[in-house]
Design a protein around this ligand. Structure first.
Ligand code: PCA
Length: 321
């Protein structure tokens, strides 16, 4: 009897995960946002797929680390995995800003093409920083939010502008606005208290943060589609079994596919949400679009210069497709 029990206990132990790990996953955007929803499903896919060997627990809204600290927290091993806005690292290396070059890729299809061209160099760049890229999903097209009606770049002069990366700060400078960098998680308060009265972002972020409580106009400029990406610390990745790496890669591919789909779906839904909140939503005037495109040319040239041969190779590969 004793022998049978011992055998049963030993068999049960063998089927249990040897070393169940919990991976905390900081994310910068609100829990209701489609990136966070995608991340939560990615997490449960990994937990299920690895049979509980790796349990990923997401922490949206910058609750574990604010957006600006997430990459460093992963690099230094404070957390194994997380999500961040890729162009948020443009100050480290211009290459990270490939997706925020105004009017280079302005639709979901072009964003996918641009990612195809950029994925290799970006994967290498991240690898050189001890980070393994898992998946990336674009935000919906970027438009301009204002408190008051704006029909030309001249109307923007002196307006306090919330920026989220180098490109948006530069856009503010070139349009005569006054940039202040604020994480998405903090913008409702910034607009309510008058720290900023405008921004460039997607309908999605305006909707998530209920900006109609402070702002009145959204102009659909479709200037670019910046990307979020999920990264894992490379030491942690290399210490993960091949079987579990395969599961994580498969869950990441699924998340990228589903996230793209969600981003498209969320575009129209959130623009309607802004309207329902009382905002005027529509295209920018021809004059404003023309002036912004000129600024786009300046910013494209500046980015190409900063990003060097690798940047040029990405743009060339994108244009060749
Ligand atoms: N929302 C994020 C980045 C781009 C977007 O659409 C933000 O505003 O911070």
């Amino acid at each position: 009897m004793k022998t049978i029990l011992t055998t049963v206990a030993a068999t049960a132990m063998m089927t249990l995960p040897a070393l169940a790990e919990k991976w905390d996953m900081p994310m910068a955007y609100s829990a209701s946002n489609f990136h966070s929803a995608t991340g939560a499903e990615f997490a449960s896919c990994v937990t299920t797929g690895t049979g509980g060997d790796i349990e990923i627990v997401t922490h949206p809204s910058g609750s574990l680390f604010p957006g600006a600290q997430i990459k460093r927290a992963i690099q230094t091993g404070q957390v194994p995995i997380g999500e961040r806005l890729l162009s948020g690292h443009q100050n480290e290396n211009a290459l990270f800003g490939f997706d925020s070059v105004p009017f280079l890729a302005t639709s979901f299809d072009d964003s996918a093409k641009l990612w195809e061209a950029a994925k290799g160099p970006l994967t290498e760049l991240l690898a050189s920083q001890n980070l393994t890229l898992l998946y990336s999903v674009p935000w919906p097209p970027q438009g301009l939010y204002f408190k008051n009606e704006v029909t030309s770049v001249a109307d923007m002069k002196g307006i306090k502008f919330r920026s989220y990366n180098n490109a948006t700060t530069r856009l503010a400078e070139l349009t005569g606005m006054l940039p202040v960098t604020i994480e998405a998680a903090e913008i409702s308060q910034a607009f309510a208290t008058g720290v900023a009265d405008s921004m460039v972002s997607s309908g999605s972020t305006g909707y998530d943060r209920k900006v109609w409580e402070s702002l009145n106009y959204f102009y659909e400029v479709d200037a670019w589609l910046p990307r979020n990406y999920v990264m894992v610390n490379s030491d942690v990745w290399n210490g993960t079994s091949e079987a579990n790496q395969n599961v994580i890669r498969a869950c990441a591919a699924l998340a990228e596919y589903a996230g793209n789909w969600r981003s498209k779906e969320y575009t129209g839904f959130t623009l309607q949400g802004l309207r329902d909140g009382g905002m005027t939503v529509g295209p920018a005037s021809d004059q404003m679009v023309g002036e912004l495109k000129e600024i786009g040319v300046t910013m494209t040239n500046e980015w190409l210069e900063a990003a060097g041969d690798q940047g040029k190779a990405i743009v060339d590969a994108f244009n060749a497709n």
